[in-house]
Ligand binder design. Structure first.
Ligand code: UD1
Ligand code: CA
Length: 455
């Protein structure tokens, strides 16, 4: 039997109080719906369909690369109405797995268990026991089977006391869903077509409805407001850090790190507090990240030591580089091995070869720096003439004195020395000392001005 996964993502999410559609609210840097799509992709479905509506094309456009079937629910009349939109193009012979766009922490393993434990012609609902079930649909059982689901707003006191809730995840045969959905009504407290009403219809038709319990409630929590979004964020961060610790990554405090994307680590990596990783980040063996660092879309080679308070984006390093404190590596910063970037140094779109040091208060942009170069404090590559960017090339073993301006396009030969305070605008030859500043003079007998007497 084939499988069609249908994700309901058309709702407005009024309780978010946001202009951004609910399913696009970010969780660990990825829209809620993105997490659900990742889960769906891990299951072997022959068809993944998303029902979208509120927020219109913004939702669809947020996932351009994925081979999905998008179905518009122009008016959001309820979860049952949403599934009705997708059912006509779903093969009758398939099983349907319904997922909610606002239940992002669900794992493929749990979905697979639900599919495996449900006989082909039956219905199964994924449920969970919640200490505080407020807001969720309650699972009403008769013996071991589910007899119906009652929404919070339609529940009486006895039903409200039930702690087993509907997670929204549902599996059953497409042809039967088609049949029941056609008969749905909206005579309830919210005037909506509830998907949950198909349960009672199934029971009425003699179809068995199984309630399969999830292992923990965090995995199936529905995100309706900012508080739940923040709770889910913490739960997901804990999960991500747990996975990394199992791989041997050390954290000073697992609760004080944020991973918004994919973080791959080698052996013996240590991460101190308040590190934020965004996008695609790779840390080689023995990398140490000190406190308060942002690392985005970067690859740090083995043995890299990042001191506190750095901002690193789109950078790569070889082995044993030392960065910071207070350094900024911008996109295209490519450091080879044993490179040192010190405090208040900014590097953009530049290559720095083995063993070179840029230790203090410097801007390096559009530069090519050779091996074992020393760049003195306060050096600036003047790469921008107000219209175009130009390149600075510095040869191996060059030594750039403090407070030097390198007016690009310009080059410094290998082994050259540049005197402190120079403004270099022409090629500085190899192995020579080049100085470009006015000569120091002393004016004999010069006197400081004195204060004029006022009358
Ligand atoms: C729903 C369930 C409830 C369950 C809870 C789990 C129903 C009637 N209720 O309630 O039993 O405990 O989820 O989190 O199913 N959506 C559409 N079109 C619509 C309405 C909703 O696509 O017209 C989508 C939403 O984008 C969302 C999902 O369906 O992803 C759930 O909708 P929501 O309004 O959040 O339902 P709940 O009240 O949370
Ligand atoms: Ca919800």
């Amino acid at each position: 039997m084939g499988l069609s996964t249908i994700i309901l993502a058309a709702g407005q999410g009024t309780r978010m109080r946001s202009d951004l559609p609910k399913v696009l609210q970010p969780l660990a840097g990825r829209p809620l719906l993105g997490h659900v799509l990742d889960c769906a992709a891990a299951l072997s479905a022959d068809d993944v369909c998303v029902v979208y509506g509120h927020g219109g094309d913004a939702v669809k456009n947020a996932f351009p690369d994925e081979s999905l079937r998008w179905v518009l629910q122009a008016e959001q009349l309820g979860t049952g109405h949403a599934l009705q939109q997708a059912i006509p193009d779903t093969p009758d012979s398939n099983r349907v797995l319904v997922l909610f766009g606002d239940v992002p922490l669900l794992t493929p393993a749990t979905c697979q268990r639900l599919l495996d434990e449900t006989p082909a012609g039956d219905i199964a609902v994924l449920t969970v026991d919640m200490e505080d079930p407020t807001g969720y649909g309650r699972i009403i059982r008769e013996g071991s089977k589910v007899s119906c689901i009652v929404e919070e707003k339609d529940a009486g006191p006895e039903e409200k006391a039930v702690q087993e809730i509907n997670t929204g995840v549902l599996v059953g045969p497409a042809d039967k869903f088609r049949h029941w959905l056609a008969d749905l009504g909206n005579d309830n407290a919210q005037g909506e077509y509830y998907l949950t009403d198909v349960i009672a219809m199934a029971v009425n038709d003699g179809v068995a409805v199984h309630g399969v319990k999830a292992d923990n409630w965090t995995e199936v929590m529905g995100i309706n407001d900012k508080k739940q979004l923040a709770e889910a964020e913490r739960a997901l961060q804990a999960r991500l850090v747990d996975e990394l610790m199992a791989q041997g990554v050390g954290f000073a405090d697992p609760a004080r790190v944020d991973i918004r994307g994919s973080l791959r680590c080698g052996k013996d990596v240590f991460i101190d507090i308040n590190a934020v990783f965004e996008g695609d980040v790779e840390l080689g063996d023995g990398v140490k990240i000190e406190s308060n660092n942002l690392v985005r879309d970067s690859k740090l080679g083995a043995g890299a030591l990042v001191h506190s308070n750095c901002h690193i984006e789109g950078a790569t390093t070889g082995t044993n580089c030392e960065i910071g404190p207070f350094a900024r590596l911008r996109p295209g910063a490519e450091l080879a091995n044993d490179v040192k970037i010190g405090n208040f140094v900014e590097v953009k779109k530049s290559t720095i070869a083995d063993g070179s040091k840029v230790n203090h208060l410097t801007y390096i942009g559009d530069a090519e720096i050779g091996k074992n170069v020393n760049v003195g404090a306060g050096t600036i590559t003047c790469n921008y003439d107000g219209v175009n960017k130009h390149k600075t090339v510095i040869g191996d073993r060059a030594s750039i004195g403090s407070n030097v301006n390198l007016v690009a396009p310009v080059s410094v030969g290998s082994g050259a020395t540049i005197g402190a305070g120079s403004t270099i605008s022409k090629h500085a030859p190899a192995d020579e000392l080049t100085v470009a500043r006015s000569k120091q003079i002393t004016i004999p007998g010069w006197k400081r001005p004195t204060k004029k007497e006022t009358r």
